[in-house]
Write a protein that binds this ligand. Structure first.
Ligand SMILES: CC(C)(COP(=O)(O)OP(=O)(O)OC[C@H]1O[C@@H](n2cnc3c(N)ncnc32)[C@H](O)[C@@H]1OP(=O)(O)O)[C@@H](O)C(=O)NCCC(=O)NCCS
Length: 190
């Protein structure tokens, strides 16, 4: 379960500046990546029984989420990444960073077990970067568990740099807030 990971953990905060980002298009890729608003995410989650991956409800999962990037591999739902923007920040690290309207926070990243180690998370990371850059976002933030080598390598490969760490004893202490941003602007060309 994805949520088990966060019960007792040290989380590293990573940042990626997108200013010089170059998108590497993989034309023959069987991976299709879509960007959905919260209602779209709920629909996709219920149609694919995605809820079975989690111990909490889909409403809790999507709290503070603006957009989901979902990836299909051979027409099966394979990956899910949540994006918060419009002034998202993580409470515990608020003094270290304050994410402004040109920043986004990625969370809830999950590749279905059958589809791991195929490069899907990395491909989504690239598409998400391009999608956000087109919409005026120039920085991405992500928190990764220190005991998650696979994800640590995904973020390193994607060009994220470690800028801090926080200690958690349970998921309830991690609070993500956001100001209401111009969500319609972000979704208009989806
Ligand atoms: C972490 C997680 C999202 C990675 O997803 P993924 O789609 O498997 O990621 P990728 O395939 O892009 O990369 C993972 C590994 O596959 C390897 N890989 C990528 N393409 C590959 C290919 N074509 N053939 C073989 N291996 C490949 C990568 O090198 C990487 O290997 P490493 O872990 O030894 O460095 C996934 O394991 C997961 O959902 N874990 C549970 C939830 C979780 O921890 N989420 C992260 C919260 S921040």
């Amino acid at each position: 379960m994805v949520t088990d990971f966060f019960k007792v953990s040290n989380l590293f905060l990573y940042e990626r500046k997108l200013d010089n980002f170059l998108l590497l298009q993989k034309s023959e890729s069987p991976i299709q990546i879509y960007f959905l608003d919260v209602d779209g995410c709920k629909k996709v989650a219920s149609e694919n029984n995605w809820q079975a991956n989690f111990t909490i409800s889909i409403n809790e999962i999507l709290e503070n989420t603006d957009v989901c990037a979902v990836a299909e591999f051979n027409q099966r739902l394979a990956h899910w990444t949540q994006i918060s923007f419009g002034g998202a920040y993580v409470a515990e690290i608020d003094k270290k960073i304050r994410v402004d309207s040109k920043s986004a926070y990625l969370h809830g990243i999950y590749t279905e077990k059958d589809f791991r180690k195929m490069g899907i998370a990395s491909a989504v990371m690239e598409k998400v970067s391009a999608y956000l850059l087109e919409r005026g976002i120039s920085r991405l933030y992500i928190l990764v568990d220190s005991r998650n080598p696979s994800m640590l390598r995904v973020v390193a490969k994607a060009g994220f740099k470690r800028i801090g760490a926080i200690k958690l004893t349970k998921i309830g202490k991690l609070k993500l807030y956001r100001r209401k941003g111009k969500i319609s602007d972000f979704l208009e060309s989806k």
